[in-house]
Design a protein around this ligand. Structure first.
Ligand SMILES: *[C@@H]1O[C@H](CO)[C@@H](O)[C@H](O)[C@H]1NC(C)=O
Ligand SMILES: *[C@@H]1O[C@H](CO)[C@@H](O)[C@H](O)[C@H]1NC(C)=O
Length: 371
């Protein structure tokens, strides 16, 4: 492997082998910075005043792995937690839980449940009101706050950033959820180029600060979400015959992913090979699990929420949302893909993370080959 091989490859390949000898102190990453929404949030929404005390701060959230609510929107760990384990970096501190530079020695997680890609002001021009007033640009400015706290010389800052992994978890689904709440796919589709531009701006800001390794997650299959399936029942022609997911919502997600990958290709070619910028696929792993649940250890109701109420094929109803008194929890969450109708179970997160890491490895290898 050439000495100039992107660090992520060095690291991931090493992690796949046996213990990695960190001889020159530059062989592994020291921290991770994360961005995103509830799929990546490890504690911010539990602190943020608008969302504090929300469902994720109550049991049964966290019951399977932590044994108590951890602020994560799952029964256990998130994709990010499995990635952190694989990369052998410390768990990043939720941004709202830290105050000082020392608090962020382990990196920072800026992801916040309900966050949108687009700013509140822009969404307002489309008649859309987000769940929480935090966008990807807000998270990027929180990142700038942490840089200020580090108070490092330009040289030292670049060194720290070069040894950090930047993980941009899925972002945009909340924008789409609100747009789709009117059952208007056209409105959601009109947001795609703006969301992709917003992700590009955030990445550009990270790269300008010295980021060299960035992993950018794509959109999940929105049409397979129990919540969406329960909200928008349709006729036979509305569903994919293999997965029974809502076709038009998955087409939207695929369009988002196509545009995202194109944007990443452009960024890569403008920065050259000093940058490792990888697309992380959530879409295909989830679809795989839903199309062939038994093959991957899931039960026979991959479109039903484990925790919630309402019964039927999706077991989703807002009046019995997971964590409310009216909700019940399935006996074995490891057999379910969806935890609460919106977020994944820990079992699904582990499955997605494993597939994502496999994909990252092969993309990183291709990256070297084609660059
Ligand atoms: C939702 O649909 C209604 C009726 O078609 C329309 O008048 C309204 O403008 C739509 N709202 C948004 C945010 O698109
Ligand atoms: C989020 O960004 C908006 C627009 O720049 C700003 O008005 C608002 O104060 C920010 N919120 C937080 C909590 O940083």
């Amino acid at each position: 492997m050439a000495p100039a091989a992107p660090l992520l490859v060095v690291l991931l390949v090493a992690a796949e082998a046996f213990a990695y000898a960190d001889t020159d102190g530059y062989g592994r990453y020291s921290r991770l910075f994360a961005f995103g929404n509830s799929l990546t949030d490890t504690g911010n929404s539990a602190i943020f005043p608008v969302t504090a005390g929300g469902p994720f701060t109550r049991l049964p959230y966290g019951e399977t792995y932590f044994g108590h609510p951890s602020g994560r929107a799952s029964n256990g760990r998130l994709i990010l937690d499995f990635l952190v384990e694989e990369l052998k970096v410390p768990e990043p501190t939720p941004y709202l839980a830290g105050r000082t530079a020392a608090d962020f020695v382990n990196g920072a997680n800026f992801a916040l449940g309900g966050a949108t890609a687009l700013d509140q002001a822009f969404l307002a021009t489309k008649g859309i009101k987000p769940f929480v007033p935090i966008s990807l640009a807000n998270e990027t400015s929180w990142f700038q706050n942490v840089l200020q706290l580090l108070d490092a010389s330009d040289y030292d800052q670049r060194k720290i950033m070069a040894k950090s992994v930047f993980y941009v978890g899925e972002i945009g689904v909340n924008d789409y959820f609100v747009a789709l709440s009117n059952n208007s796919v056209d409105l959601a589709v009109s947001l795609v180029p703006h969301i992709i531009d917003t992700i590009r701006s955030a990445l550009t800001a990270m790269i300008a600060a010295g980021a060299r390794t960035l992993v950018v997650t794509g959109m999940l299959p929105i049409g397979c979400e129990p919540q969406q399936l329960a909200l928008f029942p349709g006729g036979p022609g509305d569903y994919d015959p293999t997965t029974s997911c809502i076709t038009r919502f998955n087409v939207l997600a695929e369009h988002h992913n196509h545009m995202l990958r194109m944007m990443l290709r452009e960024l890569r070619s403008s920065y050259g090979r000093s940058l490792t910028l990888l697309y992380a696929d959530v879409y295909r792993p989830v679809l795989k699990a839903i199309a062939s649940p038994a093959l991957y250890g899931f039960g026979d109701t991959p479109l039903a929420a484990c925790c919630g109420g309402g019964g039927g094929p999706n077991n989703f109803n807002f009046v019995a949302f997971c964590g409310t008194p009216a909700s019940t929890t399935c006996a074995d969450p490891s057999k379910f893909v969806s935890w609460d109708g919106i977020h994944f179970t820990e079992a699904a997160n582990r499955f997605i993370a494993r597939n994502m890491i496999k994909g990252l490895l092969s993309r990183a290898a291709a990256y070297i080959a084609t660059d």
